[in-house]
Design a protein. Structure first.
Length: 228
């Protein structure tokens, strides 16, 4: 069984929501903070996300936290940036702190993706289920469960969860990519090829949740070689 290689962090996006695409980090921030400062820093963070500038996002979120702004959104941004930069161990710390302050579906899903990047598949399942318990129509959480089940060897559960993900996000490039991985692990390389091709057609450049995860182009080549 092919497994995701461990990393030295990304999601939503699998697991990440940015304002221009209808996703968020779980706004608003908690009460008792300097709202003006937090809001301005968060705005800069979302600009960095739109730019896919993970070094900038890390710098912005860390700057806010160093000001003593114990804001769950800033911790989520920090965790997301670290995962995207390949530091999943420290991303896990930031993800967990965000949940400690104020749990919500996006924060559980982000930590689930960080667990996936580390090969912690059972922990990823638990966090994805926590996300779904708070938001039952969270398509990316179903996809995360599918990927975790697939790498745990539970092909039936993986297929059931990817089918659920498609009910909410039928044309999402990241979920199509995951569906291809599930089918490859199921031994159905022709279906995997179809999913990888659809993923590339939808968005060949979508941002991978962590840097060492093979993109759909690489997965498609692997599937074609396996089928030949």
């Amino acid at each position: 069984m092919r497994r995701i290689a461990p990393v030295l962090m990304v999601i939503t996006v699998i697991g990440i929501i940015i304002p221009c695409s209808g996703v968020d980090f779980g706004l608003p921030a908690i009460e008792g903070l300097n709202v003006t400062n937090v809001t301005e820093i968060e705005k800069e963070g979302f600009i960095a996300i739109n730019e896919q500038n993970w070094d900038k996002l890390l710098s912005i979120s860390q700057s806010g936290l160093e000001q003593g702004l114990e804001d769950p959104v800033l911790y989520t941004m920090k965790g997301y940036a670290l995962r995207k930069l390949g530091d999943s161990q420290n991303a896990l710390i930031a993800d967990s702190r965000a949940i400690e302050i104020q749990p919500n579906p996006v924060r559980y899903e982000n930590r689930a993706m960080t667990h996936l990047s580390l090969g912690n598949y059972s922990a990823a399942l638990s966090d994805a289920q926590n996300a779904l318990s708070l938001k039952s129509d969270y398509g990316t959480a179903y996809a995360t469960k599918a990927l975790a089940f697939s790498f745990l060897g539970n092909n039936t559960a993986a297929t059931e969860n990817i089918d659920q993900a498609f009910l909410f996000l039928p044309d999402n490039a990241a979920i199509l990519h995951i569906a291809g991985i599930v089918e490859m692990n199921n031994g159905n390389c022709s279906a995997a090829i179809a999913y990888f091709e659809r993923s590339l057609a939808e968005n060949a450049e979508y941002s991978l949740p962590w840097p060492t995860m093979p993109n759909a182009t690489i997965e498609l080549e692997i599937a074609r070689n396996k089928c030949s």
